[in-house]
Design a protein. Structure first.
Length: 64
């Protein structure tokens, strides 16, 4: 059973999340030729306070 994990900022719109899961599942079905019911998609949403790039929190980068 393929697992797909997406990590990124919070997606507020549930319809966008539904489309993301649907499109990732469709791509995995084509690549692996497994049924959609066997594809697991996990969305891990990270706050800008919990992600650092270049030694600096993203939340700090957007404040300057």
């Amino acid at each position: 059973m393929p697992n797909i994990t997406v990590e990124g900022p919070k997606i507020e719109d549930i319809e966008i999340k539904r489309n993301l899961v649907r499109e990732l599942t469709d791509a995995a079905v084509k690549a692996y030729e497994f049924p959609a019911q066997s594809i697991v998609v996990l969305i891990k949403e990270n706050s800008p306070d919990n992600v650092g790039v270049g030694g600096q929190l993203i939340s700090d980068r957007t404040r300057t």
